[in-house]
Every structure is written in C-alpha cells, then in structure tokens.
Design a protein around this ligand. Sequence first.
Ligand SMILES: Cc1ncc(COP(=O)(O)O)c(C=O)c1O
Length: 385
Amino acid sequence: MPQPTLDPLTARWRPEFPGLERSVYMNTCSLGQLSRRSMDGMQRFQEQWLSYGASAWYELWLGEMTDARARFARLVNAQPHEIAILPSVGVALSVIGSSLDFSARPEVVVTEMDFPTIPYQWMARREEGAQLRLLPSPDRVQVPLESFAQAIGPRTALVATTHVFFTSGWVQDIAAISALAHTAGALCLVDGYQAAGQILVDVKAADVDVYISGGLKWLLGGPGIVFMYVREELIPQLHPTTTGWFAAKDMFKFNPERFEMAEDARRFEPGTPAVAAVYAANSGLSIIEEIGVAAIRARTAELDADLIRRLAAAGLQPRLPAQMARHAGIVMLPVENPSAAVKALKERGIIIDYRPGALRLSPYFYNTETENQLLVNAIVEVLNG
Ligand SMILES: Cc1ncc(COP(=O)(O)O)c(C=O)c1O
C-alpha cells in the first residue's frame, strides 16, 4: 500500500509528544501520550511548590482547578459549576452511588460491555438495596437499544453505561439511552472515559444527568484525575455520603458543627486533589481545545480506516461493528494468545494492549499511516511465530 505524505495535523503535533520517537505507540485507549505541555505544567507545579509552599494553594492551585473545570466544561458543552474534579471513575461512581436511595427504585441498568468498575459499584451496594440489571451484548461490539428499552422501568433508579465501549470502540447513542431513562423516571450516568477528546461530546444535547471522563486516555492528561459533569438542576437533589471538606459550601470556615454542602458540583469533591495531575490534565485539555475535537475525530477516523484496510490486506480480520459510523478509536483484533503477542510486539518497539481474546489497537491523531503498516507487519510476523 502506498505511503501517503504526512497529514498536516499529525506533522504539526507529533513533535509535541517526544515519546513517539521511542516506540510505535498505538495504545492511547490505555494511556495517552505525554506532551511537552503537560511536562511543562507539572514542572511549573513543582516550582510553585518550592517557592510558594502552602500559599500556592490559595494563590495558584485553586485557580488551576477552576481553569481545568472550565476547560472540561467547554469541551462537553457544560457550565463550569457543573464540573467536579475527582481522582478516578471508581471514586466518582462511589460519590454518586452514595447519594442514591434504592428503597423505592432498586435497579441499576448496566451492560456487560461497560468497564467493570461500573457493575462493581452497584454489586458492592447490594446491602444498601441496589440490584444490578446487566444487559448482554450479542456480538461483543454493542448492546441493542431495545435491550435498554426492555430493562428500564419503574424499578430503575439509574442507567449507568458507557459512551464508547472500551473493548469495541462502539459509540452508544447516549441521547436515546438517556431519553429511555428519563421517560421511566430514572437517572442516566455515562462513563465517557473512551469518548471525550476523540469524539464530540455535548452533555446538554444528549441530556444526560452525569458524565464522567478523565485525563488518562484521549484527553492526554495522565492518571489521577477525572472530571464529572452533574446536570445543574440535579446538583441540589443529591446529597452524597461519600464526602469531605471540599464539598462544604464555605470550606475555609472549617466549621465542624455545621455541614452545608456547596451549591455547585464541588459538593461531589471529597477532598484535596492530586495537584500535579490537575496541571498535567489541564495542559492536555488545552491541546485538545487548540486542535479541536472535530479535527481530531476526522484524523483519527482516517487512521482507523487506514489501519483496518491494512489489516484486511494482510488477511487479518478485526472485530468491527456493521455500522462503522458508530465506531471510534479502538480496533479489536481477535487472536489466540493476545498477552504473548503484546509482549512480542513490545520487544519490536510496538506498544499496544490486549483484552481477553483480542489485541486492542488505538491510533490517535499523532500517529501515522507508516506506523499503521509497521504495526500490521509486526503483528503478522508475531502471529506467524
Ligand atoms: C471506559 C473506562 N472507564 C473507566 C476506566 C478507569 O476507571 P478508574 O478511573 O476508576 O480507574 C477505564 C480505563 O482505565 C475505561 O476504559
């Protein structure tokens, strides 16, 4: 297959990610590349820590958090006061879970394609009355909308599912799922960890209640930080019991006798965040914002299509949806012993990942068609022993 000239967007941004010189990196769906901007951000944080000490909190770090919340809000079409900063999806779910009452409506609808931390959360709340409805996937790619329609009803407290599935790249119709939840009087929470950054997210158009995404992957911000959108009207109705002083309306009054929760989404923040992660993530978000998600989506889709063509030309058959318009970023290639293949590829300087039964390949806008071919050649070599 001919090698096209380097795409201008890719050419412009590759130097920002020095790790790309060290390997063929096709694993953004596990961990996005570290940018020079995030390195500078974390360096700045260290210098502030050194020269300001604790006053960095008031003079700089709270401001950086405000900035990061606003940037994520712009990305998903929310308002800054609807965004909370938390350390992981698991913690964000715990906070939301702790504010739900399962006595009248015990069921939480989840799918088997969701990241396991989602079903685990409601299994762990069995004693509080939560009952899991786990929807199956007929093809390991998607979950039909009809399954949601059949499962959601008057016993449903919450539909907690995913925007882009982590083992198929399938983009769920979150607006349709949310509409089903709302019609039944239930809430809709979406895990957008594999979506925000690589595809357009509009929480208002989708009319979801809670939307969570984080730095780790397509937002290029590294581990230790997630952003959680909670719909403005819902905020005062939720009273999380997993909480702390950051959730207090007047947190700097340090009043142990009275706990009034913040009126904005800060009420979902239990405590002191990992500030280095805030700096890394805010820098990553600024890159996404500068390029623009539409351009990122177009270039990533182009690379996905190119990779799929090259795999097919080599006689390999990725597991893909019939409806490719609903596919984003993650190409699964079923193989017999994926962990051994990932190891062998790493020895050849190619970084991918695997999930049970399949290799997981995820080019991003900073990858090239040449890297796609190197990846395919190496996979063929490794699979042929
Ligand atoms: C869809 C999805 N949700 C959540 C996570 C991670 O959750 P947590 O932040 O709790 O580690 C991942 C990957 O790490 C993921 O792919």
